[in-house]
Every structure is written in C-alpha cells, then in structure tokens.
Design a protein around this ligand. Structure first.
Ligand SMILES: NC(=O)c1ccc[n+]([C@@H]2O[C@H](COP(=O)([O-])OP(=O)(O)OC[C@H]3O[C@@H](n4cnc5c(N)ncnc54)[C@H](O)[C@@H]3O)[C@@H](O)[C@H]2O)c1
Ligand SMILES: O=c1ccn([C@@H]2O[C@H](COP(=O)(O)OP(=O)(O)O[C@H]3O[C@H](CO)[C@@H](O)[C@H](O)[C@H]3O)[C@@H](O)[C@H]2O)c(=O)[nH]1
Length: 482
C-alpha cells in the first residue's frame, strides 16, 4: 500500500489529501500539523475550514485511509511520498522584507524529513514557492541524508477556496515538475499514477522543476492582472457614465479574452494573489529584470488604489466625515462560500473607515467575532503564520468602535451607510425596504461586489454606489479622489 503523508493541514493540505484519500482507496493518507487545535478540529464534527462539500468527503474516508495527526515525525518516517503544504508567507523583516517568500516553515519541514527518514522518499512541493526552491530543498535533504535518496517534485495547487472540492474533483490541469533524470522521471510517474485514478491523462502535465514552480506564480499573476485590469476600467466607467458590467461582458465575448474572472470589485483578496505577485516581483528584481518587476507591481498598486477609492467614496459621499456614524459592513470573508479572511479587502476598508472614526457593525455568515477583531488589529502579513505563532488579543480601541452581529438587518439598524464587502448570495435577496426604513436618512449603500439591483434600491430611496456603474447625481457632486 502506497503511504502518503502531507505536512500542513491547512486550506490546501486538508482538502487535497481528503480528495486523494477518497479517489485512491488503496493509498493511505496521513495529514500532519504542528498546530494541535487544527488537528483536533479535523478529527471533530466541526472541521477547521468551511468549504462546500468538504465535510462529506472527510466523513467518507476519515479513519479508513485518511488520518489527521500531530505525530509529524512518525508519519513522515513511514511515508513513500511526502507532500509539503506549509505556510510560505511574505517576509516582514530582513533581506527582501515586504516581497520575498519566507521559507522558514518549508526549510524546517525539509530538515525534519531529512532527520527522520530511514527509507527513500519522494518529496512534493505543494506550497507555492519561489522558482528554484527545489534546488535549495534538494541541498537540505541530501546534506544530511545518510545515503537515503530523495526525489523532489513540484506539484503546485490551483484550487480556489469556496470551490476547492469541485476544483480538486475536476481540475483544469494537474502540474508535475521533476528532474529530467531517470530517477526524476520515475518519481513523476509515481505521483502521476496517484492523480490518474481520477484525472484524465491529458490534463496531467509534466514539466521540468522550474517550469512547474514558475507556472504557479505566473497563473496567479495572470488571474490577478485580469481583476486589476477590470477594476482600473471600473474607475473610468464611473468617470464617464459607462457601466463596467456591460464593458466586461462585451470584452469577455471575445473568445481570445474569455468571460471568466472579469468581475469588477472592491479589490481582490485571499492568501495567494498579493503574496505570490510580491514574490514574483522580488524574483524579477533578483534576476536583474526591473522593468518586468515594475509591470507586475502595478497589479498590486491598482488593487490598493481600488480599496482606497472605495473608502474615499464612502467618506466623501457622507459629507466628508463618518466620525461617530454607524456603518454596516455586510460580508468580511475575501469571497463567498469561505470563512477565510486572509487579505480580505474588508480589512483595508474597515481600517480606512475606523481611521475616519466610524463605528462599524459587521456581519458575515461564516466569520467569527474573534477572527474579525483579530484581523483588524494584526499587522500586515502577520496572518500567514501557524496559528499558535500569531498574536491573540484584539486592541481595546478597535473593540470599542466595532461590533459583530448575527444578521444583516441588525447590522444595518440605525446605520447611516451600508457597505457590501463579500458577494454572499443572501445579500442579493435581503428585504432592502425593511433595511431602508430602519436606517438614518439619507441612507447610503456602497456595493463593493455589484450584487444589488441599483435601480430598485434607488426607487426605495437609497443613494447607491455600485463599483463601475453610472453614478447618481449625489455622488457626482461629491467627488472622491483616491
Ligand atoms: N489557500 C489556497 O487556496 C492555496 C491554493 C494554492 C496554493 N496555496 C499555497 O499552499 C501553501 C499552504 O497554504 P494554506 O492556505 O493551506 O495555508 P494554511 O496556513 O491554511 O496551512 C498551512 C499549515 O502548515 C502548518 N505548518 C507550518 N509549518 C509546519 C511544520 N514545520 N510542520 C507541520 N506543520 C506546519 C501550519 O500550522 C498550518 O496549519 C502556501 O504556500 C500557499 O501559498 C494556497
Ligand atoms: O472576477 C473576479 C474574480 C475574483 N475576484 C476576487 O479575487 C480574489 C481571489 O478569488 P479566487 O481566485 O476565486 O480565490 P482564491 O482562493 O484566492 O484562488 C486563487 O488563488 C489560489 C491560491 O494560489 C489559486 O490556487 C487559485 O487558482 C486562484 O484562483 C477574491 O477576493 C475574489 O473576490 C474578483 O474581484 N473578481
């Protein structure tokens, strides 16, 4: 029986290994982590992450051929294939701070693999890493390997949160990079055999190591660039009277461009796009390519511009001050169908409004009160470390200005304005007349996700701002400069 061990029971390690266990009943899969609470949650009825379809997959194989454990060394020692799916945050100090990937967790995992291994292993990079990381990992593994042979593969993950199970069941492609030696090719085949149990052969791509590592950064940069492109257009739409929904539909009808990933928004969030582009920028700079670095940096600059523009629009519309005004925040997760708040644009928007002394009432169907308070006090990039290494307590000043409530109506009660930060389906069907009746007047809605029906809300009496849509007269008279 092939034994797989995955180091890192997070958003990638957990769902990916659960699907491998489901689709390959003859493979034994152990997912290990240093975070005891996370492992306890994986072994309980309340899994540590919310992901549609995940509960069902875990229930089918947990205890059969899927195990979650803190016995990291034991399971690594026994495995034939070791996936490494640990955090690769942006460095906050030292060389490359603010851009380069921090490989501390990866390196410590690699050293541990080298220390505990008594048999040859395939080590798979599942985390997103800078191109050429495999070379460094190889050095660490072979330095102390007591004659044991390790083959390194790059197998980046392309799942998106909220659709992870669907993406894993039916991936656009699985990418496996390895050494071009006979041993490297043998290792590629062993991993390919695992995926081939459910992924059609023509969707399993094999490349050299560096192409696989770089393709992951490239794919995220291309995806994020589409969003920044449409968001840049949204600003121009607001200035000219064009409607970004119509523009992106017309643009996406060109089969060379395609319709997906062209939704204008308050900005992209999530644990990957910004981190991976910063990483790409740093690699370009290190390789003497400042023009290429500058090109990709612009994707992040437009994203920051979009979030600032949104805050300025809120404040400028409300007579240039939100001090002591209640503002409802609907949605805090970085996208719908997840409780994940890493790099969510809601954090920047809330911090911007708190800076202008607003009082926020926040509702999200999946994000806990604790998480929201923590997010509003954590420093940039601190979130991307194992849980027990993150600061725990929220600051009392934020706690005074922020309340977290259990539904959208409560959040909006008595508020001057309402901001939609996540495109949860339930926000499309709220009783906006009831919300309007319970708000201060004039009542404002700022839709950062284009989910509301602007005409209907204007008829009810709201002043409505929806990203990239023609502005109503009130907003035209109150220009917001980013
Ligand atoms: N989240 C996504 O959608 C996504 C998609 C594709 C790729 N990725 C990449 O995958 C990697 C993991 O991302 P994630 O979202 O799953 O992160 P995560 O924070 O949810 O999970 C990482 C886990 O690794 C554990 N860990 C860290 N060091 C460890 C060690 N030495 N031994 C054992 N466990 C250790 C942490 O405790 C944590 O539970 C990152 O490189 C990320 O860029 C993420
Ligand atoms: O048209 C769009 C599409 C997305 N978004 C936003 O972009 C962010 C990222 O969304 P998405 O890509 O769907 O989720 P992630 O889970 O971050 O997945 C991305 O990042 C993962 C981690 O690397 C990759 O594996 C995935 O392929 C890649 O899509 C979210 O804030 C979305 O709201 C938009 O604003 N407009």
């Amino acid at each position: 029986m092939v034994k797989i061990c995955c180091i890192g029971a997070g958003y990638v390690g957990g769902p990916t290994m659960a699907v491998i266990a489901l689709k390959c009943p003859s493979v034994q899969v152990a997912v290990v982590d240093i975070a005891q609470k996370r492992i306890e949650a994986w072994n309980s009825d309340k899994l540590p992450i919310y992901e549609p379809g995940l509960d069902d997959v875990v229930k089918q194989c947990r205890g059969r051929n899927l195990f979650f454990s803190t016995e990291v060394e034991k399971h690594v020692g026994e495995a034939d294939i070791v996936f490494v799916s640990v955090n690769t945050p942006t460095k906050t100090t030292g060389l490359g701070a603010g851009k380069a990937a921090d490989l501390t967790y990866w390196e410590s995992a690699a050293r541990m693999i080298a220390d505990v291994s008594k048999s040859s292993k395939i080590v798979v990079e599942k985390s997103t890493v800078p191109v050429k990381t495999a070379e460094a990992i190889e050095k660490i593994l072979t330095h102390n390997s007591k004659g044991i042979k390790f083959q390194i593969l790059s197998n980046p993950e392309f799942l998106a949160e909220g659709t992870a199970i669907q993406d894993l069941f039916n991936p656009d492609r699985v990418l496996i990079g390895g050494r071009e030696t006979p041993e490297g090719q043998k290792a590629i085949k062993a991993l390919k055999d695992v995926y081939a149990q459910w992924v059609p052969e023509d969707r399993i791509l094999t490349t050299n190591l560096w192409s696989a590592e770089l393709s992951k950064l490239a794919a995220n940069a291309f995806l994020a660039q589409r969003i920044s492109s449409v968001n840049a257009m949204s600003a121009l739409c607001e200035a000219t009277g064009a409607n970004v929904i119509e523009v992106s539909y017309a643009v996406g009808k060109d089969t060379r461009i395609g319709p997906k990933f062209l939704n204008a928004s308050v900005g992209f969030g999530g644990s990957c796009f910004q981190k991976d582009i910063l990483n790409l920028v740093y690699i370009c700079e290190c390789n003497g390519l400042p023009e290429v670095a500058e090109y990709w940096k612009q994707v992040i600059k437009i994203n920051d511009y979009q979030k600032n523009r949104f805050v300025n629009r809120v404040v400028a519309s409300m007579f240039n001050t939100v001090a002591k005004k209640k503002i409802a925040i609907l949605g805090f997760a970085f996208k719908k169908d997840t409780g994940d708040t890493r790099e969510t644009p809601a954090i920047d928007v809330c911090k911007g409004l708190l800076g202008d002394k607003a009082e926020l009432s926040i509702y999200d169907p999946q994000v806990t009160e604790d998480q929201i308070h923590k997010d509003l006090t954590l420093s940039k990039f601190d979130w991307d470390h194992p849980l027990h290494l993150q600061p725990m307590s929220a600051s009392s000043s934020t706690e005074k200005q922020v309340t977290v409530v259990g539904d959208a109506y409560e959040a909006a009660k008595g508020a001057h304005g309402l901001c939609i930060m996540t495109e949860w389906d339930e926000f499309k069907t709220l009783d906006y007349k009831k919300i309007f009746d319970n708000m201060q007047k004039p009542a404002f809605i700022f839709d950062g996700r284009n989910v509301v029906n602007v005409d209907q809300l204007r008829e009810i009496g709201f002043i409505v701002f929806s990203i990239g849509k023609p502005l109503d007269a009130w907003l035209k008279d109150m220009p917001a400069v980013a």
